[in-house]
Every structure is written in structure tokens, then in C-alpha cells.
Design a protein around this ligand. Structure first.
Ligand SMILES: [Zn+2]
Ligand SMILES: [Zn+2]
Length: 159
């Protein structure tokens, strides 16, 4: 798969000023320092159109701003707490993340063969979330829905 294709699947990222301000504001209110390292990690994450794990982020950062994997592991929970990033799925024991700030809620299809991720929105899922929560007396704050299997290209290949 070409680089262009991978990117075209996802929404383009505009100006990052708002996101970066949100992250700095979050760090300050929590009493964390705004360091160059944290900013570099956040910027790289926010520029990412795709779903990624720590190893991928580490490699993409290495060329520009070398940071340790340990710093990335420490920065990720902060970015999740600040509402900029979310855990998406676990693959081979590695959590994959995506930026969520300003993006619409969506779900994922995950191909077990080529490891591509496809995004989709299904408003019915929000209704299921509401109905189940009401039934169980639960105050929900979100839901995750994932379909895994073989994408159409991989099915065609296997035929
Ligand atoms: Zn596939
Ligand atoms: Zn996604």
C-alpha cells in the first residue's frame, strides 16, 4: 500500500495551534512542566493521521527530535487524560492509539492479514450505548466497537 493511500483514508490535520494550546493548558493545570520533549511527542502524535503504536511513534520521532521510549510511555497517559489521544486497539500486545481531539467518534474495522485499519461511523451504536446504559442504570462516557477479520483486498488475494 502506498503512503498516499494510507493517508487518504483519514481526515487531514489542519493547524495544530488549538490542540497544542489545549495540551499545554492541561499540563499547566495539572502542575506538569511543558518540556520540549513533551511538546515534540504531542506534535508528532497530533500530526499523525493514522493509528500507531509506541514503536512507530518512536521511529517517526527519532529523525527529528530524539526522545526515549520511556518518555513516550510517560507522555501518552497525559495525552489521553487531556483528551487529545485515545487507545484504539491491541495488536500483538501493543496498544495502538489515535488522536481524537476535534474528531468525530468512529469505530474501526481491523484486517488481521494486512493490518490495515478502516474507520466507519454507525449512529446505531450510540443508540445501543444509550439503551444498554439505561437498562443497567449506567452513566456511560463512551463506547468502543471493533470488527476484525479480512478486508476485501485480502479476501480477493486468498481466493
Ligand atoms: Zn487486509
Ligand atoms: Zn480511528
Amino acid at each position: 500500500m502506498s503512503e498516499e493511500m494510507a493517508i487518504s483514508q483519514f481526515e487531514p490535520v489542519g493547524d495544530l495551534t488549538e490542540e497544542m494550546e489545549a495540551f499545554r493548558g492541561f499540563l499547566k493545570t495539572r502542575g506538569y512542566r511543558v518540556t520540549k520533549e513533551r511538546e515534540a511527542i504531542a506534535e508528532s502524535i497530533l500530526k499523525n493521521h493514522d493509528h500507531f503504536d509506541v514503536d512507530e511513534l518512536f521511529l517517526s520521532l527519532r529523525a527529528k527530535t530524539p526522545v526515549s521510549k520511556a518518555s513516550i510511555y510517560r507522555a501518552i497517559p497525559l495525552m489521553i487524560e487531556s483528551g487529545l489521544l485515545a487507545e484504539v486497539y491491541l495488536e500483538n500486545g501493543h496498544m495502538h492509539y489515535e488522536r481524537v481531539y476535534g474528531r468525530e467518534h468512529h469505530s474501526h474495522l481491523r484486517c488481521l492479514n494486512c493490518h490495515r485499519i478502516f474507520e466507519f461511523s454507525a449512529p446505531e451504536l450510540a443508540q445501543v450505548e444509550k439503551r444498554i446504559s439505561r437498562q443497567e442504570g449506567f452513566k456511560s462516557e463512551g463506547h468502543k466497537f471493533e470488527i476484525w477479520g479480512l478486508c476485501s483486498a485480502c479476501q480477493a488475494e486468498k481466493r
